[in-house]
Design a protein around this ligand. Structure first.
Ligand SMILES: C[S@@+](CC[C@H](N)C(=O)[O-])C[C@H]1O[C@@H](n2cnc3c(N)ncnc32)[C@H](O)[C@@H]1O
Length: 236
């Protein structure tokens, strides 16, 4: 897999109406390409304005299939298809207690908040202070005040509110951090990009009474996880 080609920064020109049309077209494209199946994930993608989670000088590219730079060290908003790519196999659904590692722009967090609904719980952890501030501001401006945002090393999880029904890592790790597996409920699922040699694979982990089973879904390319269970050198 090669790196991404990021378009150059430019002043924003698009109207809310144009973004609305692009958003609806993107959802149809994700359905056609087989990424998007669940009604709740589809409704969330139609509702959350992705352009409001992107720095102004990249917001015109909101619905292009590229990751875009965010404030912070190597932080990016992932490309649009990556949300159903992660959330569909995760089976993220109504009422789930959801832990996200790697808040980034806050866009995936906002989608999760819509998907789990008012009886669910969303907790998101970000290690980079500038990225954290950017995401917190985006979420506040978009009206998402009922998400627990934590600045710190997400590899350690957040034991205080464990166990979680679903856990999602949005940064690539050499191994799935053991504290996260511990904090996953029996019957729960975790999804993460895992580094294997020069490649990264999207891995789905299922925890049951019999133990833990993992399944490799596809090749992906994400920034590296930092912190205790991370890897030093980042990548796109
Ligand atoms: C690909 S970006 C996340 C994109 C995000 N899903 C979005 O919608 O914008 C990965 C994020 O993980 C963060 N990160 C890396 N290591 C981390 C760690 N140990 N704990 C928490 N966040 C971490 C990075 O700073 C970056 O913001």
């Amino acid at each position: 897999m090669t790196g991404w080609i990021i378009p150059p920064p430019k002043n924003p020109t698009k109207t809310k109406e144009q973004f609305g049309i692009e958003r609806a077209e993107k959802v149809q494209q994700l359905i056609r390409k087989g990424y998007l199946k669940s009604k709740r994930i589809k409704e969330a993608l139609l509702k959350v304005p992705r352009e409001d989670f992107i720095p102004d000088n990249y917001s015109d590219y909101a619905y292009l299939e590229v990751p875009l730079p965010l404030p912070g060290e190597k932080a990016t908003i992932s490309c649009p298809h990556s949300y159903p790519l992660f959330y569909e196999p995760l089976g993220l659904d109504q009422d789930h207690r959801f832990l996200e590692i790697g808040l980034g722009s806050g866009y995936g967090t906002a989608l999760a908040r819509e998907i789990v609904g008012s009886e669910g719980l969303v907790i998101a952890i970000e290690i980079d202070p500038s990225t954290f501030e950017f995401a917190a501001r985006n979420l506040r401006n978009a009206g998402y005040t009922d998400i627990l945002l934590i600045r710190g090393d997400g590899g350690l999880g957040y034991p205080r509110l464990a166990p979680y029904d679903r856990i999602c890592l949005t940064a690539a790790c050499p191994e799935i951090p053991p504290p996260l597996v511990e904090q996953l409920r029996t019957g729960g699922r975790l999804i993460a990009p895992v580094i294997e040699g020069k490649t990264q694979n999207l891995v789905l982990l299922k925890k049951s009474e019999e133990g833990v089973r993992t399944e490799t879904l596809c090749e992906v390319l994400y920034v590296f996880l930092r912190g205790r269970y991370g890897k030093d050198e980042g990548a796109f």
